[in-house]
Design a protein around this ligand. Structure first.
Ligand code: LLP
Length: 412
């Protein structure tokens, strides 16, 4: 079996019962399915041509074992920090398949990227462009860049995950694009080879991304006037998944539509998917510590908190909750709350479940922006990650210990 599935009242990951893994590694724990990652990645690659590239957005889930799975599938990577770049290299990624996005690239991180000879630095401001010029000159190294434009397109997803509005910090407007393009003409070490764009996350409507492609094509005309030899368009990531009832994005039809629009041009495409690769490939398993039935609400107090899965507290996000082993108990409506001393420590509201103390439950679709966004708030220890491949489970991150927790604090 592949991915997460239910058999005889039990939740499975690939061929293993989730309850078995939870018993072996204790809870809370993130569990991932390698087959689901592969299937999700392959949805992107069917329609690609030679030279087109999928650069997985490392921020979604950056465990080096997950990156290694993607390296083996031929993926490139989109990084937003020097440390994400180092993770990719550690996982065996080819630097020639790595692009570097983000608005605040430090000089140190840019130096690392330039020395590694990565595929492209995606420039997000004129100041950054000047910095890249200085560093490349000091290192006397050629740098391939793309300019990330801001197309001012609302996506209608949560306001915290919109990135292509003119009021957002990402990308540049047409005036800055023109300035950078003009300046770059006199910089022999800088090759402006691409234009990039990423309008936001959890998008199910392909037409929004196609709209951003129109802006990329306008920008391309402007850069060509300045005689830059463009080689690629980076359309960004953003395709959504089904958390509740949303229509998931369709990678294949998106790519076919893009290729259709650019068929007359000699340009490769890059996409930067994150959530749509790892989102459905992970769950957070937790244990019911107590049931607290009050006259106003029934609380299921669980051992995972907002520090482990931050999305519900931060974006009011929905994660489907499943009983790991179905039991013959009365169903009740519960609010699932964690151990953190904050009223926002609610992982799910109004869920009908048959549970009792000690039962395991799973928060589905937690493979992207789950573990990576966790924290040590309340001195809680970061939880382990387990990668399942068929019938074998591998610990890919161990649970933190108290010693890990205080390791960076200087001696008293
Ligand atoms: N490329 C760039 C430049 C990005 O900023 C992002 C995500 C991606 C690609 C990948 O987007 P995806 O395919 O995953 O939608 N923490 C939020 C999501 C933040 C996304 C940030 N940027 C959440 O949990 O919903």
């Amino acid at each position: 079996m592949e991915g997460f599935n239910e058999k005889e009242g039990q939740l499975y990951v690939d061929d293993l019962p989730v309850s078995e893994i939870a018993n072996n590694y204790s809870t809370p724990a993130f569990i991932y399915s390698a087959s689901e990652i592969r299937n999700n990645f392959n949805k992107y690659t069917g329609a690609l041509r030679k030279g087109d590239l999928i650069c997985y957005a490392v921020k979604a889930n950056s465990n080096i074992h997950i990156l290694k799975e993607l390296v083996d599938l031929g993926s490139g990577f989109d990084v937003v920090s020097g440390n994400e770049l180092k993770r990719c290299i550690q996982a065996g990624a080819d630097p020639k398949k790595i692009i570097f996005s983000g608005v605040a690239k430090s000089s140190e991180d840019l130096e690392l990227a330039i020395n590694e000879g990565i595929f492209s630095i995606n420039i997000e401001s004129e100041d950054e462009f000047d910095r890249v010029c200085n560093i490349s000159q000091n290192l006397n190294k050629e740098v391939q860049c793309a300019i990330r434009i801001n197309p001012d397109i609302p996506t209608g997803s949560h306001k915290y995950i919109e990135t292509g509005l003119k009021t957002s910090k990402f990308g540049v407007g047409s005036e800055t694009l023109q300035n950078i393009s003009s300046k770059a003409k006199d910089k022999p070490l800088i090759k402006i080879s691409g234009i990039a764009c990423h309008i936001g996350s959890q998008i199910s409507d392909n037409s929004l991304i196609i709209k951003s492609l129109e802006h990329l094509l306008d920008a391309q005309k402007l850069l060509i006037k300045d005689e830059h030899k463009l080689e690629f368009l980076d359309i960004g990531g953003g395709l959504g998944i089904t958390y509740k009832e949303e229509t998931p994005g369709n990678p294949e039809s998106l790519i076919l539509e893009i290729l259709n629009k650019i068929s007359a041009l000699d340009l490769n495409i890059i996409l930067e998917p994150g959530r749509s690769i790892t989102g459905t490939a992970g769950i957070l398993v937790s244990k019911v510590e107590y049931l607290k039935l009050t006259e106003h609400k029934n609380f299921a107090i669980i051992d995972a908190g907002m520090n482990d899965l931050m999305r519900p507290a931060l974006y009011d996000a929905w994660h489907t909750v499943k009983e790991v082993k179905k039991r013959d108990l009365d169903k009740k409506i519960y609010e699932l709350v964690g151990p953190v001393c904050e009223s926002s420590d609610v992982l799910a509201k109004e869920r009908e479940l048959s549970i009792s103390q000690g039962d395991f439950i799973a928060f589905m679709d937690a493979g992207a922006y789950g573990s990576v966004m966790s924290s040590n708030y309340n001195s809680r220890l970061k939880v382990p990650e387990i990668l399942v491949n068929g019938s074998s489970a591998k610990l890919i991150k161990r649970r933190e210990s108290f010693e890990d927790l205080i390791a960076l604090e200087t001696n008293l």
